[in-house]
Design a protein around this ligand. Structure first.
Ligand code: ATP
Length: 451
């Protein structure tokens, strides 16, 4: 992981947040190349789950919502983590995570606070920082960031930064359904920032306090016999395998046991990824019943039911929610892509084997020598019309190839001595390092077929 972090920094993918001021704990900034990958990932998700899905539409709701939303959704009263302090060094921990790190077979999410306290005592679990076995009692730690809106700083002006994008979708269910005259079943997708005051953020970009989510709330009539849960779980796997090329052996699907399920949920599955520090949740797919719409209907006193045009009956739709974090997905993608390769004869390279559709640049154009600069620049400008292209004329060819490998550029085109006479260039593929000679008249067709 440390090598990956250093590589991503040196190549302009991810920088430490607020670095020139000594940093801000667990905040990360996306550099010129990181933002390209992030945008392409979001675009791929949006295409698959919104634009190209026959049922779904999109939304972009506010980060700050009326606080009644969070009261109704249960976040104000119930969105907290079990906080425990080490009496010796005063460091703070999430009790459930301490237990799960002590024994990964245990699911502390189903334990009560008392059970967790007893377990920590009985097993003599040590403070990861100072190794003492002396903890305080567990306290509930609220995860929502609170702030004030407007000039008054009292309770009436208290607002929260959203801890998930989902509630913005639920409160707009009726607006979206009516304005687009949608019939059930249909889904609403949203991509946006969420904030959680996590007790123990860490593992690079796996758990941060500010992050982005890509969430879909799929609404259907509970009398609909189709198994929509399996349908969406399947779509999630299709996306992972076909759209962003996550290897099958790097992820697994874990169904929640009955006692692990939220009280309103009849099924939840986590897609877990094999991160460098072990298996961790990447994507959650949850059957939420009508819990959220019902809560908002009761609290807002608005009719949020859907009138079924065939039966003329009012129904409160049920919901399947696939929810994934952009940065967690980035970590999975970047980790899977990072390769150190020994090329023999003392040569080696670091290559980011990113899926072609997520690489910051699709193509690099370079002249072999100065004499070809003009022709290479002309080709670069031409290709910019249809591809994401970069241009590189500094250093020897070998170095330039390594540079493009290090940032994951799938194809490097070299303009050389023979180009003017033969009207052809060399195209080198990143992973195989194979080079082919392509006629300039066929170049665009050749490249388009590759993407
Ligand atoms: P965890 O158990 O890891 O805290 P969660 O079950 O609370 O996650 P959800 O509330 O289901 O997570 O959020 C949906 C998705 O949002 C997660 O699968 C994850 O990809 C992402 N996510 C949640 N919290 C964070 C965070 N602090 N940093 C980055 N991504 C996050």
């Amino acid at each position: 992981m440390e090598k990956l972090i250093a590589h991503l920094k040196s190549q302009g993918f991810i920088f430490q947040g607020s670095e020139i001021y000594g940093g801000l704990a667990n905040s990360w900034d996306y550099g010129p190349l990181g933002v390209e990958v992030k945008n392409k990932l979001k675009q791929a998700w949006w295409n698959h789950f919104v634009r190209k899905n026959p049922y779904n539409i999109g939304l972009d709701s506010s980060i700050i919502l009326n606080s009644s939303v969070w009261k109704a959704s249960g976040h104000i009263d119930g969105f907290n983590d079990p906080l425990i302090d080490c009496k010796k060094c005063n460091s703070r921990w999430r009790a459930d995570k301490l237990i799960e790190e002590f024994n990964s077979e245990i699911n502390a999410g189903v334990m009560t606070e008392n059970q967790m306290e007893e377990f920590i005592k009985e097993q003599n679990i040590k403070c990861p920082k100072c190794q003492a076995c002396d903890f305080t009692q567990i306290r509930k730690f609220a995860l929502m960031f609170k702030t004030n809106q407007g000039v008054l700083e009292d309770e009436s002006s208290s607002v929260y930064l959203r801890p998930e994008t989902a509630q913005g979708i639920f409160i707009n269910f009726k607006n979206a359904q009516r304005s687009l005259r949608k019939k059930l079943p249909f889904g609403i997708g949203q991509i946006g920032k969420s904030f959680r005051n996590e007790i123990t953020p860490g593992n690079f970009i796996f758990r941060t306090r500010e992050f982005e989510q890509m969430e879909l709330e799929f609404f259907f009539n509970p009398s609909d016999e189709k198994d929509w849960f399996s349908y969406w779980l399947n779509e999630v796997e299709t996306f992972l395998q076909d759209k962003i090329q996550i290897n099958k052996e790097n992820y697994r699907v874990r169904s929640h046991e009955k006692d692990e399920l939220a009280h309103y949920s009849t099924a939840t599955s986590d897609i877990e990824f094999k991160f460098p520090f072990g298996w961790g949740e990447l994507w959650g797919v949850a059957h939420r019943g009508n819990f959220d719409l019902n809560a908002h209907q009761e609290a807002s006193k608005q009719d949020l039911t859907y009138l079924d045009p065939t039966t003329n009956q009012k129904v409160l739709p049920h919901v399947i929610e696939p929810s994934v974090g952009v940065e967690r997905m980035m970590l999975a993608i970047l980790w899977q892509a990072y390769h150190e390769e020994d090329l023999g004869e003392g040569n080696s390279r670091i290559v980011m084997k990113l899926p072609y559709n997520l690489a910051p640049y699709q193509i690099a154009v370079m002249p072999l020598q100065k004499q070809q600069n003009d022709q290479a620049l002309a080709l670069y400008s031409n290709l910019l019309n249809n591809f994401d292209v970069t241009y590189d004329e500094t250093g020897n060819v070998g170095k330039r190839y390594r540079r493009q490998d290090a940032i994951g550029t799938p194809f490097v085109i070299t303009v050389d001595f023979d180009t003017p006479e033969t009207n052809s260039v060399t195209v080198r593929e990143r992973d195989s390092m194979e080079q082919v000679r392509i006629n300039l008249d066929e170049l665009e067709t050749y490249l388009k077929a590759k993407f």
